[in-house]
Design a protein around this ligand. Structure first.
Ligand code: GTP
Ligand code: MG
Length: 224
């Protein structure tokens, strides 16, 4: 019974996500779904990324958390338009679903946006199962989490188009094998680039930002 309901929820979300993807395509907006476990550095990475992308790439952000507007407040400092979703209002879901993203996206003037970034709720499991109409997914792994996480949570890494290995500034203090972590990511998903960065120290960001710029301009004609 529970399995059937779960299946129906996922099917309904997939239909909604397909419709939303068409809407984003009509609006010529590239949508990035950014995911990780709590605290890997999604918000920190996005703040530093937006500083480099804007204003040339007109960017808006939807950020999901169960509670608080902390991340929206941090992201607004970049000058981007930001909307926070708090899922505690409807049961504290551990992921964003397509209908929630659609509600927020319709609040933006999408005709004047090139890139919509969705910072998903910190969780390596549930967000991977919910398509939100995105064009690409990026998963962030930080060096304090253990090299084995891509092998333990393969779906998140298998469905991503790129990965970030964050907090590289801490490597000197840890027993973490960064090469092994990259190997494990590529074992699950051989195709994806893995960007080694320190978001706080702003190191290694350029290849990541270039990748994102390339994705945005590669998929979308510039707007008139
Ligand atoms: N040393 C170090 N700390 C970092 C780095 N990036 C982020 N942090 C710190 O890690 C903590 C979590 O960073 P956030 O950016 O809030 O992580 P998040 O993934 O957005 O977290 P949630 O949204 O709660 O899931 C903060 O204290 C950051 O300052 C980094 O490159 N190096
Ligand atoms: Mg965050």
């Amino acid at each position: 019974m529970e399995i059937n309901i779960q299946k129906r929820v996922l099917e309904a979300n997939e239909n909604e996500a397909e419709r939303l993807r068409k809407y984003f395509a009509e609006k010529k907006v590239f949508v990035l779904n950014m995911m990780s476990s709590p605290g890997s550095g999604k918000t920190e990475t996005l703040v530093k990324t937006l500083d480099r992308l804007m204003p040339e790439t007109r960017t808006a952000v939807i950020v999901g958390d169960i509670c608080t507007t902390n991340d929206a407040d941090r992201l607004k400092s970049t000058g981007a338009e930001v909307t926070q979703i708090n899922t505690d209002q409807f049961g504290g879901d551990c992921h964003l679903a397509a209908h929630l993203v659609e509600q927020c996206a319709r609040e933006f003037d999408l005709d004047s946006i090139d890139l919509l970034i969705v910072e998903n709720i910190g969780n390596l499991v549930c967000p991977a199962e919910f398509d939100i109409g995105e064009d690409a997914r990026t998963v962030v792994l930080s060096v304090t989490e253990g090299e084995d996480k891509p092998l333990k949570y393969p779906l998140m890494f298998r469905l991503a188009q790129s990965a970030i290995l964050n907090k590289a500034d801490l490597l000197a203090y840890l027993d973490f094998d960064a090469d092994l972590a990259v190997k494990n990511i590529n074992e699950v998903n051989p195709e994806i680039p893995v960007f080694r960065i320190s978001a706080t120290k702003e190191e290694g960001l350029d290849p990541w930002v270039e990748w994102l710029r390339g994705e945005v301009s590669g998929k979308l004609e510039p707007k008139a």
